[in-house]
Write a protein that binds this ligand. Structure first.
Ligand SMILES: *Cc1c(COP(=O)(O)O)cnc(C)c1O
Length: 384
C-alpha cells in the first residue's frame, strides 16, 4: 500500500506566485475584480442562478462583439480552441478556404484547414504587414469555388492590424463565409461583427479582456449556422461540435432547455462575466480610445529610447507594440533583468521575429499610465 502523503510530497508548499506586471502578448494583467470574482463559491453548472449568469454572459459577449448573433457563447478552452471550433464546425473535407498568412496565427489557421481535410489557398504577406486587401481580392477572383475567407484581425506575432471591414465585404461579394481571429483585437481596437458582416469569430479571455486565460468567446452569423446545419459529414470533434454545445448554452428566446454537455468551468465563467461587465461599464469605444492613448505615450517613450517599430504607423496595433532589439543587446538577458528586477514581463519575438524584436503588450487592464511609465523607466535603466 502506498502511504499518503509521502514525505517528499507533503513537504511541498502552497504555490505563491509573485505579483508581476504583464506587458507581453498575453496573458495580460487581470483586473483585481476578476480575480475576486473567480474566488467566489463554486455552484452547480445547472443551478438556476448559474444558468441566469450564463444568459447575462451571452449578452455581454454579444455586446463586446457588437452582434445580435443568437449563436454566441464561450468555448470552455483557450483561444486556440476557439480557432479550432470555427474550422471543424464550418469547413468540410474537400472544401476550399482562402487563408491569409502574415504571422504565426495565420499559419495556424492554414494547419487547421489542412487537418479538416480541406484545401488551403494561402495569401501571404510579409511579417509586420497587414493582410493585403487587393491580394485577397485576386485570390477570390482566381478561386471562384472557395467557400471561406479566413484571416487574423490583430496578428499578435507582429503587431499588425488588418482591415477586417474591407476583407469581410470582399468575402460577402464572393459569397464566402468569413472566419476572423479576434483573439487580440477584441476590446482593444474597433471591431463590429454585425456591421462588418463577419460570419464566424473567436477571441480569448486573456488578452484585451484581462480575464484569466482559458476561455474563448465565439459567435456565428445566421449564414454560418446555416452552413453548420447543412453539413454532410459529422463534426469530427465531439467536444467542439457546436450543435451539441448549443444544447448546453440553451436559447432563452426559443425556450430551449439546457442539458448537460460538459461541466462548465464555473469559476472561470464568473471571471469572464466580471471582465466583460467591466468592459461594458467603461464602454467599448472608451476602451478602444484608452488603448490608443496609452500606445501613443508608450510609442513616444520607446522612440526616445531609440527603439524602432516593426509595423508601420498606419496599421499598428495599440495593444501590441513590436520593436526591434537594438544591435548588440542581449535579448534574453534584458527580459530576464526586467522580470527579476522590476517584476515586469515583456514578450520575446515569435517565429520570423524571434531574437529580433520584443513585443510589449498594452492589453485591457494593462493599458494604463502606471504600466507605461514602469516599462519605459525599466527599459531605460536596463538598456543604459
Ligand atoms: C493568443 C492568440 C491565439 C491563441 O490563444 P490561446 O488562448 O493562447 O490559445 C490565437 N490567435 C491570436 C491572434 C492570438 O494572439
Amino acid at each position: 500500500m502506498l502511504s499518503v502523503p509521502t514525505n517528499s510530497v507533503s513537504g511541498i508548499n502552497a504555490f505563491m506566485p509573485p505579483r508581476r506586471t504583464l506587458m507581453g502578448p498575453g496573458p495580460s494583467d487581470v483586473y483585481p475584480e476578476v480575480l475576486a470574482a473567480q474566488a467566489r463559491p463554486t455552484i452547480g453548472h445547472l443551478d438556476p442562478l448559474f444558468v441566469a449568469m450564463m444568459d447575462e454572459l451571452k449578452s455581454l459577449i454579444q455586446y463586446a462583439f457588437q452582434t445580435n448573433n443568437e449563436m454566441t457563447l464561450a468555448v470552455s478552452a483557450p483561444g486556440s480552441a476557439g480557432m479550432e471550433t470555427c474550422f471543424v464546425n464550418l469547413v468540410e473535407p474537400g472544401e476550399k478556404v482562402i487563408v491569409c498568412r502574415n504571422g504565426v496565427f495565420g499559419e495556424r489557421m492554414r494547419q487547421n484547414v489542412e487537418r479538416v481535410g480541406a484545401t488551403a489557398v494561402v495569401v501571404d504577406n510579409e511579417w509586420g504587414e497587414p493582410v493585403s486587401v487587393s491580394a485577397v481580392e485576386a485570390a477570390l477572383n482566381a478561386n471562384p469555388d472557395a467557400k471561406f475567407l479566413a484571416f487574423v484581425h490583430a496578428e499578435t506575432s507582429t503587431g499588425a492590424l488588418s482591415d477586417a471591414k474591407s476583407l469581410c465585404a470582399l468575402a460577402q461579394q464572393h459569397d464566402c463565409i468569413s472566419i476572423v481571429d479576434a483573439v487580440t483585437s477584441l476590446g482593444g481596437v474597433e471591431l463590429r461583427v454585425d456591421e462588418w458582416g463577419i460570419d464566424a469569430i473567436y477571441s480569448g479571455s486573456q488578452k484585451c479582456l484581462s480575464c484569466v486565460p482559458g476561455i474563448s468567446p465565439v459567435s456565428f452569423s445566421a449564414k454560418a449556422v446555416e452552413k453548420i446545419k447543412s453539413r454532410k459529414t459529422p463534426v469530427q470533434s465531439w467536444f467542439l461540435d457546436q450543435t451539441l454545445v448549443m444544447g448546453y448554452w440553451g436559447n432563452k428566446d426559443t425556450g430551449a432547455k439546457r442539458s448537460y454537455h460538459h461541466t462548465a468551468p464555473v469559476n472561470a465563467l464568473y471571471a469572464l462575466h466580471e471582465s466583460l461587465r467591466l468592459l461594458a461599464n467603461e464602454g467599448l469605444e472608451n476602451a478602444w480610445k484608452r488603448h490608443q492613448d496609452m500606445h501613443q505615450i508608450l510609442r513616444d517613450g520607446l522612440e526616445q529610447l531609440g527603439l524602432t517599430f516593426v509595423v508601420d504607423e498606419t496599421c499598428r496595433l495599440p495593444q501590441l507594440n513590436a520593436v526591434y532589439i537594438p544591435e548588440g543587446v542581449d535579448d534574453a538577458a534584458v527580459r530576464q533583468q526586467l522580470l527579476n528586477t522590476y517584476n515586469l514581463e515583456i514578450g520575446a519575438g515569435l517565429g520570423a521575429l524571434a531574437g529580433k524584436a520584443w513585443r510589449i503588450g498594452l492589453m485591457g487592464f494593462g493599458a494604463r499610465r502606471e504600466n507605461v511609465a514602469l516599462c519605459l523607466r525599466a527599459l531605460d535603466e536596463v538598456l543604459n
